[in-house]
Design a protein around this ligand. Structure first.
Ligand code: AMP
Ligand code: FES
Ligand code: ZN
Ligand code: ZN
Length: 348
């Protein structure tokens, strides 16, 4: 097996590209796929301050490394979700990576700062762990990006993730979700710009990239995610991909090129902003944009018996709650209200 670029010994085959690569040219291939996605969808400008949401897994560490190597100014954000046997291990990978490269990692710890963890919070709120987790992540990603005045929030969603979500949306013809499924969500009042630079790389690519770059990552998946529908969709797509390489990326890239604007036109009258803000008000507790008086996150925290600190959220979200003040909801929250926001400033 020879590298298609230099004819040296290849270490990996990328069947959808009908190519084999040596280590150096595979790493360049990955970097090129990321820069193509960034260019094509105008994800990041050179002067942008970027925040990468880092789980300690292969995708988010790979994208952090690629953006750093490409010269972007990029910090990391880790959320401690309080999942036993998972959160404590995954944070170590994020810290080690940041320290080894002299990068800044912001840490937010859900149990310490908000008084609940995902497993107990989900049970108390009668939600699946992934749903409670998604609500918490969305809110805290936005909050951290706005508070840190970052221009862009990056997540490590890859081609497999996006194709699986697309597959699920198509199976049920969830046309509104299809209209919103974009690799870039523009900034708007109360929300940062959100981008997914790994849409042209598969899970196998990011795992190989990390191994070849010597990046240690958390291999185990979240224990709460077993039974998650998207894992089944990924398996189905992998079976199709095995028989017919390239189908997965054709499916997703074809959607972006040929279909997504049709769904957007139907729902948002052609607007590039798939989430119009007209219907949004502000959460009376945390001032995040919300369709109801209490936002989804504050409702979850209430049910989970946690606490939210009342504060201004972002400069563009007018609210009269700018003085920081803790709203205590239960005695359990009081016990765990030892609010700590740790920033690991790694040694250079
Ligand atoms: P998942 O929803 O677990 O597939 O993760 C998708 C993306 O969300 C990851 O690639 C990360 O960018 C981000 N992410 C997931 N978990 C965390 C976490 N605990 N802290 C920060 N970012 C996360
Ligand atoms: Fe969110 Fe597992 S990472 S439920
Ligand atoms: Zn080569
Ligand atoms: Zn709120």
């Amino acid at each position: 097996m020879k590298c298609v670029v230099c004819r040296g010994p290849a270490v990996i085959d990328v069947r959808r590209a009908n190519s084999n690569f040596c280590s150096d040219h595979f790493i360049r291939f990955c970097a090129e796929q990321v820069s193509r996605a960034i260019r094509e969808f105008k994800m990041i400008e050179p002067a942008d301050r970027v925040l990468v949401a880092v789980s300690g897994g292969k995708d988010s560490l790979a994208v952090w490394n690629m953006l750093h190597q490409a010269g972007y100014q990029v910090d990391g954000l880790y959320l401690g979700l309080g999942i036993e046997g998972y959160s404590d291990t995954s944070v170590a990978f994020a810290r080690t990576f940041a320290q080894s490269r002299g990068l800044k990692l912001i840490e937010v710890n859900l149990p310490e700062e908000y008084g609940y963890d995902i497993p107990t919070g989900a049970r108390a709120a009668r939600r699946t762990p992934c749903s409670a987790c998604g609500t918490s992540k969305r809110h805290l990603f936005d909050k951290a990006a706005l508070e840190g005045s970052y221009e862009v929030l990056v997540t490590g969603h890859n081609l497999d993730d996006e194709a699986a979500v697309l597959f699920g949306n198509v199976l049920r013809w969830q046309t509104e979700y299809l209209a919103r499924q974009m690799p870039v969500l523009p900034a708007r009042p109360g929300f940062p710009k959100k981008v997914k630079p790994l849409i042209r790389l598969s899970e196998r690519d990011t795992a190989a990239y990390c191994i070849l770059m010597g990046i240690d990552y958390m291999v185990e998946e979240c224990p709460m995610s077993s039974g998650n529908k998207h894992l089944g969709y990924k398996e189905a797509l992998n079976a199709i991909e095995l028989a017919s390489p390239g189908t997965k990326s054709d499916f997703y890239s074809g959607f972006l090129r040929k279909a997504s604007q049709l769904f957007r036109a139907a729902y948002f009258e052609g607007s590039q902003d798939p989430q119009p803000t007209e219907d949004l008000t502000h959460c009376i507790r945390c001032s995040a944009p919300s369709t109801s008086t209490l936002c989804a996150f504050c409702r979850l925290v209430d049910k989970a018996g946690g606490m939210v600190t009342v504060e201004q959220r972002g400069s563009s979200t007018a609210s009269d709650t700018s003085s920081a003040q803790a709203v205590r909801i239960t005695s359990r929250a009081e016990r765990s209200a030892r609010s700590t926001k740790t920033e690991v400033e790694a040694q250079t």
